[in-house]
Design a protein around this ligand. Structure first.
Ligand code: DP6
Length: 361
């Protein structure tokens, strides 16, 4: 039997329907990285992320029963964007088995990001989660479905995952866990993310994330290409074991408030991700000299000040600096003085742990 979030077998009502939905959904930063996938967007290892607040996408979806061939309109920041539109419609068409009635509807998607397009920040997590929330909400509205919040977000996470794996995690506030976590005593799944916030120690609530823009160009390695590097990677098995170990350690550290273990795991994950890229065939070196200087300076500052400060990175040269709210003043002056000059055009974004997506009026 199929789960409710896979194919509810719904048929469009006879009468014409029309409506509009909007969602704001944040980006997220992985602490344990998703790197490697199989089947249809299923992760080779479980990943854990922190949901952000200020880096988000707002998407609105207008729909109505099509009277002729279904019309599709897509606008990004008020303009046509053929490359992005192609990805979005390909994704929407790929959902035919879940939302078969989409082929009988006119759809207009209008979307914008809170962060500059050129900031080199991965936008697929916020973009795909915002769109997934709109689609699931549209379905709820058309068919008067009575989902609980938990069911609604689970389905949205499932759909977001099909658009981009990391998007599945943007659905929840605080921390999210996506993928079957072998050593963590919580029932997680490869098909959707789950919230991971209840038993978090107060020292990790409200974490800050300063995103240092070292390069504002488009990504050099597409995510799918990056994940495929893990298919024949010489260290693939060890990586999967390492991810399980790191997740287990981080799970415990988050519960008991162990900042040292948090630092060890988060930095090990960031550097391992880059080490895996450097040892792939073909190899990629996505760190820049500035990224390296930044992480060395963070380490030195931590050693001298004794403060809780650490970093992580995605598959690119930008550096996310993580720290507590209580140290914000000191750490911002350190960042402004020592790290900002290493950023391209001195660009950086001060973000923090967020409360998850919100429905737009
Ligand atoms: C390095 O979610 O962008 O940011 O599923 O192919 O869209 P696709 O990949 P994507 O991969 C993110 C990889 C990462 C680590 C992470 O976010 O866990």
């Amino acid at each position: 039997m199929k789960d409710y979030y896979e194919n509810p077998g719904l048929l469009l009502p006879e009468e014409n329907i029309t409506g509009q939905i909007g969602w704001r959904s944040p980006s997220n930063i992985a602490l344990v990285k998703y790197w490697g996938k199989y089947g249809r967007q299923l992760p080779k290892n479980a990943s854990l992320s922190m949901t952000l607040s200020k880096a988000y996408t707002e998407t609105s979806l207008k729909y109505r029963t099509a009277t002729t061939a279904p019309k599709r309109v897509f606008l990004f920041e008020g303009n046509d964007h053929p490359a992005f539109a192609k990805r979005i419609w390909k994704f929407v068409d790929s959902l035919e088995h879940i939302f078969p009635y989409l082929q009988q509807m006119d759809l207009e998607i209008v979307t914008k990001n809170s962060f500059p397009h050129s900031a080199g920040i991965a936008s697929s997590a916020s973009a795909m989660s915002a769109l997934a929330l709109c689609l699931v909400d549209m379905e709820r509205q058309i068919f008067h479905l009575e989902y609980s919040d938990a069911e609604f977000f689970k389905k949205a996470s499932y759909i977001a995952r099909l658009g981009s794996g990391s998007a599945s995690r943007s659905i929840y506030p605080g921390f999210s866990l996506w993928g079957h976590a072998k050593k963590v005593s919580i029932d997680s799944d490869n098909k959707f993310a789950i919230p991971f916030y209840d038993a978090i120690h107060p020292s990790f609530r409200g974490l800050r994330d300063a995103i240092l823009i070292v390069d504002d160009a488009q990504k050099k390695v597409s995510s799918s290409m990056g994940h495929s590097l893990m298919n024949h990677h010489p260290y693939a098995d060890d990586r999967l074991a390492q991810a399980d170990r790191n997740l287990n350690l981080l799970d415990k550290a988050l519960r008991v408030g162990d900042k040292q273990v948090f630092i060890n795991v988060v930095e090990s994950e960031a550097l391992s991700l880059h080490a895996l890229m450097m040892t792939s065939d073909p190899w990629f070196m996505l760190m820049k000299a500035e990224s390296m200087s930044i992480i060395q300076k963070i380490k030195k500052y931590r050693e001298h000040s004794g403060k809780f400060i650490t970093f992580t990175m995605d598959a690119g040269p930008n550096v996310h600096v993580l720290y507590s709210e209580e140290d914000q003043l000191d750490i911002h002056s350190f960042i402004d003085k020592e790290l900002k000059p290493l950023c391209v055009k001195q660009q950086l974004l001060y973000d923090e742990m967020g409360r998850g997506p919100i429905k737009l009026k």
